[in-house]
Write a protein that binds this ligand. Structure first.
Ligand code: GSN
Length: 223
């Protein structure tokens, strides 16, 4: 029997959360190994497990994979969540990259200063740059690309929930995106993932931020 997939990251969302989402939709069970102190990180470095000294790291199919996008692409390819051909795939990647850019802005907030300005900027970008693209594409399509679910849909679902946590009602002007979110939440695996007690992580709290800073010996914050 194949080894279970192992995720190495903090006990929080960060860059691993999209991987958790995608594995869930792919129907893949996984175990988590949480970094809670610097010694664990130094051990991983010492063992040669982290090619660029960074997490997320995912053990899958006898490999130790790093780089979030590479990991997402591997899972998407393996579980048929990457469209029907290379033209689908490049579109899926375009949507996915945009969504990851937007989610990254939200992800670094707990490590940032000038929160009010940052939040205003993210909200404006979401409303003016990103959401209109998805609203238009979903006008006549159930899924973003190729008529069936792909990694881009999974990232869009994750992103819409993140946006609503920060900006309640932000989808009011994006009815197609809101309907999409409703459809996705009725997907069996997603509906379980959205229930309390699942492997979905909560919004970052002080413990998460403190742990990340300790593990990486960080004393910085993003301006
Ligand atoms: O997407 C990726 O996996 C990489 N391009 C970046 C991964 C990364 O930045 N990992 C951080 C922790 S997760 N938060 O952003 C990391 O391991 N930082 C330690 C370091 O020394 O860079």
């Amino acid at each position: 029997m194949a080894e279970r997939v192992k995720l190495h990251y903090f006990n929080g969302r960060g860059k691993m959360e999209s991987i958790r989402w995608l594995l869930t939709v792919a129907g893949v069970e996984f175990d988590e190994f949480h970094l809670t102190n610097r010694e664990q990180y130094l051990k991983m470095l010492n063992d040669g497990d982290l090619m660029f000294q960074q997490v997320p790291m995912v053990e899958i199919d006898g490999m130790k994979l790093i780089q979030t996008k590479a990991i997402l692409n591997y899972i998407a390819e393996k579980y048929n969540l990457h469209g029907n051909d290379i033209k689908d795939r490049v579109k899926i990647n375009m949507y996915s990259e945009g969504l990851m850019d937007l989610m990254e802005m939200i992800m670094i907030l707990p490590f940032s200063q000038n929160l009010t300005t940052k939040l205003e900027n993210i909200q404006a970008k979401a409303k003016e740059r990103y959401l209109p693209v998805f609203e238009e594409q979903l006008k006549e399509h159930l899924f973003l690309v190729g008529g069936r679910i792909s990694v881009a849909d999974v990232l869009l679902m994750e992103c819409t929930l993140m946006l609503e946590e920060k900006f309640a009602g932000i989808l009011a002007d994006f009815r197609n995106v809101k309907s999409f979110q409703g459809r996705m939440s009725r997907n069996e695996a997603i509906s379980r993932f959205l229930q309390p007690g699942s492997k979905r992580k909560p919004q970052p709290d002080d413990v998460y931020v403190k742990t990340v800073k300790e593990v990486f010996n960080l004393n910085i914050s993003f301006q």
